[in-house]
Each structure stands twice: as C-alpha cells, then as structure tokens.
Design a binder for this molecule. Structure first.
Ligand code: CP
Length: 312
C-alpha cells in the first residue's frame, strides 16, 4: 500500500536541525556542480500523475513561478488558478474551492493567502498535503528554506553554526522574518532584528536579538536580509519615505560603512528600488538576490518531493 501523504509544509516552527538539513540536502540534488538548476533524470517523473493546485489569493511572482516550475520539472501538473477570475469572486469560500478541486483528483495544494492559518485550515478540512506559500503575517516556510539554502552555499557551510544574520526592515508584518528566524536558529545562526519602532514586533516570542539602529544590526553580520515595507498590511503610513530611506534603507555608502567586507545582502523580493535597497546594492557584488530566486526552484522541488513522493 502507498505510504499515506503527510501534512505538506505548513511552517518551520519546531522543525529540527536534522529535518531542515535533510530537506536542504535533498534540494542540493537540483543544483548541478556548475551552480545551475538541474533535475536529475531519476527524479523527472517523481510527481508523474500528481496534479497540484496552486492557489494564490495574494500577488506573487517568485513563489508562484518557482512552485509551478518545480511541479512541472518533477513531472507533475501544476494547476495554477487565477483567483481573481475564479468563482471566489462570486462568494465561494476557500474551503469549498479546495474541496471541489480535490473532488476532481487534485492531490494537494500550494496556498498563499492574506489570512494567517488558511493553509492549515485547508489541510485540516481535506487531509491533503498543503504547502504554505505565505499566510498573512504567519509563515513563509519555503522562502526561509531558500534563504538558508542560499546562505549555506555562499558561505560554503553545511549548517550555520556561528554565523550572524541581521534582518532589517518591516519585521512586524513579515512572515519571512518569522520563518527565517526558525530556520536560522535551528541551523545554529544568531539573528538580530532591527527596523523602525513602528515596524517592530513585541520582543516576546522571538528567538533573536533586537538592535536599535541599522548600523547596530549590521555590525558583525555575515549577511543581512533586507525586508520590504509591506504597505498593503498597514492602515496608515508608519513613517515618511524620506525617514525610512535615511534611517533603514541600504545604499552603497551605508553598506560600505556598516557591513563588514564579504558580508552578503539578501532580499526575498519584490525589491522596491530606492526605498529599502538602492540599485547599486541590489545589483552589486554582495547581492545574493537572484541566487535566492534561482534556488527557490530547487528547495520547492525538495519540498514537493517530501510532500508527494516521500522516500524517492
Ligand atoms: N519572496 C516572495 O514571496 O516573492 P513573491 O511575492 O513574488 O512570491
């Protein structure tokens, strides 16, 4: 009898170092010795006959495209619905949408939604694997996986023991920051969070240090993950653009003054150039941004294998 499929990937909270390393090591198979993406012949049909529904209730470029490519390259069928042109706009609930797709034989879901907990609700309703592609201010587990995957490769490390990572920007609205902290801490890195007072969460519950300034956060960091200000989750502007760019934006001058030589700059995307990051930094020698986008396909292939073809 086929092994029952699991929950999918709802979040990284509680994931152990060994579980993370196992996922990251399986993602290594999808990157060749030349650093380019590859799908080994033995894995090209791993999802043969598996239809996976990609339902994005919020906009996405990287996550949606890379999940779609990942399912396709494993031989599955990515059913990517345009939620703005689906019956959701007529009032259908998320659970009914998913139940109808399950009735058609879809084997699992990749879900992005503005409401925290939606991927879990869908899993609990249908019992099919769900991969969380970002739920409100909850988690974005595959983003954190690709972040640590990229950083391990850049630093030539297996784990991140002794590595220091700063996360700067809009922390309070960030599902990326939450998942990053879980992944980085599980792999042994120390994490320092910083951003304007209005965009910082209460410290309780965060396994990280907090810094009062950009320079304080960047001091001694091996990498900084710069976050976009999520205007779409704010009821009013937190602070002026000029203040934000001056105090928290990272341009070449700030990077040279505050980051140590060889430290990397990362960003989950989308980058708002000239706001949280200048073009010279986004496109500069320190930047791992396009590496992150590339490796997103590899880690999503690994996450899909774990969900739909365990043991292969
Ligand atoms: N990092 C990220 O989630 O990007 P998208 O919103 O484009 O998927």
């Amino acid at each position: 009898m086929a092994k029952p499929l699991g929950v999918g990937l709802l979040g990284l909270e509680g994931m152990t170092r060994d579980e993370l390393l196992e996922l990251l090591q399986s993602a290594d198979a999808f990157v060749g010795d030349d650093g380019h993406l590859q799908t080994p012949g033995a894995l090209r049909g791993a999802l043969d006959g598996v239809d996976v529904a990609l339902l994005f209730w919020e906009p996405s470029t990287r996550t949606r495209a890379s999940f779609e490519l990942a399912v396709h390259r494993l031989g599955g069928y990515p059913l990517a619905l345009d939620m703005g042109a689906s019956s959701v706009v007529k009032g259908e609930t998320e659970l009914d949408t998913c139940a109808n797709l399950a009735a058609m034989g879809v084997r699992g879901f990749v879900i992005r939604h503005s409401e925290r907990g939606t991927p879990r609700r869908i899993y609990e309703h249908l019992g099919l694997p769900v991969l969380n592609a970002g739920d409100g201010t909850g988690e974005h587990p595959t983003q954190a996986l690709l972040d640590v995957f990229t950083l391990r490769r850049a630093l030539g490390r297996v784990d991140l023991e002794g590595v220091r990572v700063a996360i700067v920007g809009d922390i309070v609205h960030s599902r990326v920051a939450r998942s990053d902290v879980y992944a980085l801490r599980a792999l042994g890195a120390s994490v320092v969070l910083a951003g304007p007072r209005q965009l910082l969460p209460a410290r309780q519950g965060w396994d990280a240090e907090f810094a009062e300034s950009r320079a304080g956060a960047l001091d001694g960091a091996d990498a900084v993950i710069v976050l976009r200000v999520q205007q779409e989750r704010m009821h009013r502007a937190a602070l002026s653009t000029e203040e934000y760019v001056r105090d928290w934006g990272l341009d070449d001058a700030a990077a040279e003054a505050e980051l140590r030589a060889g430290a990397y700059v990362m960003h989950p995307g989308p980058v708002v150039r000239g706001y949280e990051l200048s073009s010279d930094v986004a496109d500069g020698a320190r930047s791992l941004i396009l590496q992150q986008a590339k490796f997103g396909v590899a880690v999503r292939q690994a996450a899909l294998m774990r969900a739909f073809a365990p043991g292969q």
